[in-house]
Design a protein around this ligand. Sequence first.
Ligand code: B12
Ligand code: SF4
Length: 468
Amino acid sequence: MKIKMILPALTEAKSPYWRPIKYSLFPPLGLATLAAYCSPDDQIDLQDEHVEVLNIDDNPQLVIIQVYITNAFRAYALADHYRKKGAHVCLGGLHVSSLPEEAAQHADTIFIGPGEDTFPKFLDDFRKGNPQKIYLNAKRDISEVPPIRRDLIKRHLYLVPNSIVVSRGCPHHCDFCYKDAFFEGGKSFYTQRVDSALAEINRLPGRHLYFLDDHLLGNQKFASALFAGMQGMNRVFQGASTIDAVLRGNLIEHAAKAGMRSVFIGFESLSSSNLQQSNKKQNLGKDYTTAIKRLHDLGIMINGSFVFGLDDDDKDVFKRTVDWAVANGLTTATFHILTPYPSTRLFQTMEQQGRILHRNWELYDTRQVVYKTVGLTANELKQGYDWSYQSFYSWSNILKASAQHDNIKHAIKHFTYAGGWKKFEPLWNFIIKTQGLNKMLPLLEAILSKVGSKTNQKQPLSPFPAIA
Ligand code: B12
Ligand code: SF4
């Protein structure tokens, strides 16, 4: 059977915010996971519109499209196109699970929730000529997943072809997160078996790995066994964790020993009222600066994530946050304008309060204000957000943040990583155009090499000794 799998481009491919390098990082792992359930005789064409021009003149029998909030309208247009040609079109992914009725208008079959249980069932029904209109995920289990079809991924088009997920979901319940809506009606955090996760890692060439798990340290037993198994594999890796998992026990030391060199942390807000309002309990009362010091002592760089626009924010929040991030030596920062994704508790609350301004999902990209603000105007929020990126990534702040590390190797690594990521856009664009992105991997691996543990990092200059 001829099967087409598509990750449509997020609309911003056409917007001034489009950064080719950001969208050439990770291959479409979700689709490659689903492809593993197809038959070896199926001819699968997997296309990712972020890195290649789609061929839509083909005539597949089955079309599988992954829908995120920002690519939803593009996904629906592609679905309509292939349905007109007579293909059976399946839509699935986070946005379909949030708004099934909207997606169903453009699909022959929709899937709600993760696909590991429902997609093989559908394939079976389809081959028997009896596909259903809706498949609702019931069983949450990834212990027995077949190996991801990485052969379908065009590795040379990505900077981080070795992205990997070994769990689904997260143990926490933040109000603004997609997670509870997507995993409704069942387990919302579960992992692979440690041996299959290690086998998947072993299948990946080179040294560098990027774990896309929402919370790699979320299940202590699983994570310690994983890190123990990874010791001696000579890997360097990046992943995400919460602040409380960094502070708890010694899991983070095991992660560092296994090769963790950078971690994404959702600090979200320096205001405890904002954290409370968002049900971000795991951050409440946690000593951010102690966690940061612990990570830096282990030679782990930090990518801090922050949300602006929560109700306790005022006009000074931007400067306060950037100064804090720089003074604490965060290597990179990701800022977001608060965005209520449909079906989240945040969306429901805002809708009840009449605060949702429109449903143009293309603008729900965490860079626009799509709700009625409190405490600062929409314009102040948007300008403050733009200013925060400019200020955090100014050469002077990159230098200042790098200088927070006493260990000179860590300082240089910080400077190179942050500068390289944000300051050489034309060079990245050139490398992407010449399809040489994958050749940059050894450089990334070198930057992520070990710094040496337990350095005497300076006390952070933070005016916020602890976030309580
Ligand atoms: C990697 C990633 C990216 C990558 C690329 C995406 C890619 N290549 O897939 C990049 C860096 C480009 C990116 C960008 C953004 N992202 Co992003 N990203 C992720 C991340 C971390 C991992 C995705 C992943 O690989 N998951 C693992 C695979 C196995 O799961 P999956 O893709 O969901 O697929 C499974 C199911 O969904 C289902 N499925 C999916 N499609 C289909 C189709 C069918 C037919 C079927 C049967 C099943 C099915 O089956 C799969 C197996 O179970 C997720 C967080 C997450 N945990 O998912 C956020 C996430 C998807 N991103 C998100 C957002 C908001 C963004 C940004 C808007 C944020 C920003 N400001 O930068 C931008 C978008 C930019 C834009 N212009 O709009 C949100 C999406 C919210 C939503 N409701 O859609 C998430 C969930 C993060 C979050 N916690 O809020 N992202
Ligand atoms: S900790 Fe992160 S992934 Fe988990 S629920 Fe909160 S925002 Fe979502």
